[in-house]
Design a protein around this ligand. Structure first.
Ligand code: AR6
Length: 231
C-alpha cells in the first residue's frame, strides 16, 4: 500500500514540506499535469548493485547540470517505497544544493501507475534496461515491458537491438499501448547503467572509477534523450 503514496514536493512545494501536503499536493499535481515531465528510476542501484551514496551524488550532479537547459520541463526521481534510501539521499543532497523543487523532486510510486494511482502525469518515463533490450528480468524493466504491451516491444526493436552501458535510446510509445492510453506516457527512454552485480553480464567488479564514469554517461544520455523529445 505504501508503494503508491506520494513523497516529494510537487510544483511549488519544498522538499521539507512534503509530509504536510495532502490535498494541496494533489491540487499542485493536477495543475502541473501539462508540464513535460520525465520520471526516472535510480539507474543501476537495485539489481545492478551500484553504491547508493555514489549514485545519489551523480544523480544530483547530473540533474543540476540538466535543469538549466530544460525550459519549463521537469524531472522526477521515482521509487517504490517510502523507505527508499536512494530517494532520501537524493532529496537531502538536492535540498543542500538548493535545487529548484518545482523542476526536480522525488516521488514514491510505481513508474507504470504514476498518473492513475499517484495523480502525477509524466509524458516520458525511463527504463533501467538490460543490454539486450528484452522484457523480463525484474525491477523497472519487467514492469514497463509488462505494462506497455507487445507493440512497445516491436517499437523498441525498430529503434535498437542492443545497448552499451552508459547509453540510452528513445522509443516513441505506440498510441495503442495501454501505458500510453492509461497513463499518458508518449515515450520510454531505455537506459543501460553500469553493472556491479557478478550474477549479471559485464560486471565491473569493484571498479567504481569506470562505474561512476558510466553512470554519469547514462544520465547524460537519458537527459539528452528527454531534451531531444522536447525539441
Ligand atoms: N517503479 C518505480 N521504481 C522501481 C520499480 C517500479 N515498478 N521497480 C524497481 N524500481 P532496477 P538496475 C526501482 O533493479 O539496478 C532488470 O532485471 C528500484 O527500487 O530496476 O539498473 C533489467 O533487466 C531501484 O531504485 O534497475 C536489468 O538487467 C531502481 O528502480 C537490471 O534489472 C532501479 O532498479 C537493471 O538493474
Amino acid at each position: 500500500q505504501s508503494s503508491e503514496r506520494k513523497d516529494g514536493g510537487l510544483g511549488l512545494i519544498n522538499f521539507s514540506e512534503k509530509e504536510e501536503m495532502g490535498s494541496k499536493e494533489t491540487a499542485a499535481c493536477s495543475s502541473s499535469n501539462d508540464i513535460p515531465t520525465l520520471a526516472f528510476p535510480s539507474i543501476s542501484t537495485a539489481d545492478f548493485q551500484f553504491n547508493l551514496d555514489k549514485a545519489s551524488d551523480i544523480i544530483v550532479e547530473k540533474v543540476e547540470e540538466c535543469l538549466g537547459k530544460l525550459g519549463n520541463a521537469r524531472l522526477v526521481l521515482v521509487d517504490l517505497s517510502h523507505g527508499s534510501k536512494i530517494l532520501s539521499l537524493v532529496k537531502a543532497k538536492a535540498e543542500k544544493k538548493n535545487i529548484d523543487s518545482s523542476k526536480f523532486f522525488t516521488f514514491v510510486g510505481n513508474i507504470v501507475h504514476l498518473f492513475t494511482k499517484g495523480g502525477l502525469r509524466c509524458s516520458v518515463i525511463a527504463n533501467a534496461a538490460n543490454w539486450r533490450l528484452k522484457p523480463g528480468g525484474g525491477g523497472v524493466n519487467a514492469a514497463i515491458f509488462n505494462a506497455a504491451g507487445a507493440d512497445f516491444e516491436a517499437a523498441t526493436k525498430d529503434r535498437a537491438k542492443s545497448l552499451q552501458p552508459g547509453h540510452a535510446v528513445v522509443v516513441p510509445l505506440p498510441s495503442t499501448s495501454p501505458l500510453h492510453i492509461r497513463e499518458g506516457v508518449t515515450h520510454v527512454i531505455h537506459v543501460l547503467g553500469p553493472n556491479m552485480n557478478p550474477q549479471r553480464p559485464n560486471c565491473l567488479g569493484n571498479d567504481y572509477n569506470e562505474g561512476c564514469k558510466l553512470l554519469c554517461k547514462a544520465y547524460s544520455s537519458l537527459f539528452d534523450g528527454f531534451m531531444s523529445i522536447l525539441n
